[in-house]
Structure formats: C-alpha cells, structure tokens
Design a protein around this ligand. Structure first.
Ligand code: SF4
Length: 230
C-alpha cells in the first residue's frame, strides 16, 4: 500500500471539510499517474471529470465499465466528454461478449440473475480496470443510499487492495446539480427525463416524482447495488 492506514485516517479527517474540487486536486497531486477515475457518466462522474481537468496539467486517466448495454445517450455523452476534456478514457469490456454470455448462461441473464450478470459485466471488469493503480476516484455520495452513509473522503479499499477517494461524499443532489449548472458541465439528457440514476438499459427505468431515486434501478428485484462498492 502506498499510504499507511494511519496516514489514510489522518487524511480522511483532514479532507472531511474540504470542497470536492479541493479533494480531487489533492488526490491527483498525492497519487500522480497512480490514480484513475471511475466513470459511468452519471452526474457525479461528469462533475468529477470537470474538477480533475481543471486541476490537472496532464490528461485525466478515466475508465468506464462498458457493459455493452448502456443507453445510446450514455455512449453519446462519452464522446462529448472526450471532445470537451483532456481525458485518457479506457473502456473496459466484460470478458464475455453478450453472445458468449447468452450461450453460456442463457438469454437475457439480467432478467433472471442480475447479480451474476453484474458480476460478469461490471465487478470482474472493475478488478481489471484497477490493476496497477494505487488509488481510484469514485462518485460515491452518502445521500445516495443507506449503504453509502459510512463512506469517507479517502479510505482503503480492502477488496481491491488500493486507496479509494470519494470527493463528493458530503454533497446532496442539489449541491451536485448546482455545480453542474454553474460550471456548464455536459450531462446525460436522461437525467431531465426522470432518470436520477442511469445504468444499463435493461435495468434502469424512469422514476415518478417523489419516488425513491434508486427505485429505477433493478426494478422488480431486491437488488439495490451492482456490487462495485461492497
Ligand atoms: S445492470 Fe443489469 S445489464 Fe448491467 S450488468 Fe447489471 S444486471 Fe447486467
């Protein structure tokens, strides 16, 4: 590990009151080329890419877990972001193509066994995306769900064996929206059409006003997380 657990705890306490752009800038400075930014091109991720581009002289190392079943709007945004910012985008594909997955596990796995589908198309690729890095930046926010309330600004990710930086932990939905608007950050138009959280096309639906923002993910299943942050 590049930092001791004591040093991580010290930084976590010190960074708790910093603004997200400051946390992004400090983490890029601390880890240099050893840090990568996870992006599913949600509001959190485009805000983080914007902050990182403002803070860094070098292209920002960004990776996307491309499950091959993302919304067309997400793929379009990916291209827009690449045009707008100096990013080095790595698209990490699952080991199995959709056809190979269907052949091995049956058609439309997401409709029968979404945990297995996420394990194949997101969790395993995440491990590969993080190989060789000392730290990763994520868009985790405490307000997103009860399972994320304990997230720290910087913590050790035991599962993947590297440091995890969560610059947005303290931000509310309104804080995030206000930043996107004031900075003119490009974002997915689906967010204005009832999609607070956007994942794969088969597992995301629009939510009604007043409905839990996470209700649109894996609707009909008890599942609430893809397994990337557990
Ligand atoms: S979100 Fe749905 S389609 Fe995407 S990997 Fe998970 S189960 Fe599969």
């Amino acid at each position: 590990m590049i930092l001791t657990s004591d040093r991580i705890a010290e930084l976590s306490a010190a960074w708790e009151d910093l603004s997200p752009p400051e946390i992004v800038a400090r983490s890029l400075e601390l880890f240099g080329a050893g840090i990568t930014l996870a992006s599913s091109f949600g509001l959190e991720d485009v805000a983080l890419i914007h902050m990182a581009a403002l803070a860094s002289q070098a292209p920002v190392d960004v990776f996307c877990l491309d499950t091959e079943v993302l919304f067309p709007e997400t793929y379009a945004l990916m291209h827009r972001v690449q045009d707008a910012y100096p990013v080095r985008l790595r698209r990490i594909l699952p080991a199995l193509s959709l056809a190979e997955q269907a052949e091995r596990h049956g058609p439309e796995l997401w409709s029968r066994a979404p945990d297995l589908c996420c394990a194949l198309r997101k969790v395993e690729p995440l491990g590969r995306a993080l190989e060789g890095y000392d730290a990763w930046i994520t868009g985790l926010r405490r307000a997103q769900s009860p399972t994320r309330r304990q997230a720290r600004t910087i913590e050790y990710d035991e599962r993947h064996g590297l440091v995890k930086v969560n610059p947005l932990v303290r931000w509310t939905d309104d804080d995030l929206r206000a930043y996107i608007q004031s900075e003119g950050v490009p974002y997915n138009p689906l967010h204005d059409q009832g999609y607070p959280s956007i994942g794969c096309i088969h597992c995301t639906r629009a939510v009604a006003p007043g409905e839990d923002p996470r209700a649109g993910r894996w609707s009909g299943f008890a599942k609430t997380e893809c397994g990337l942050h557990q």
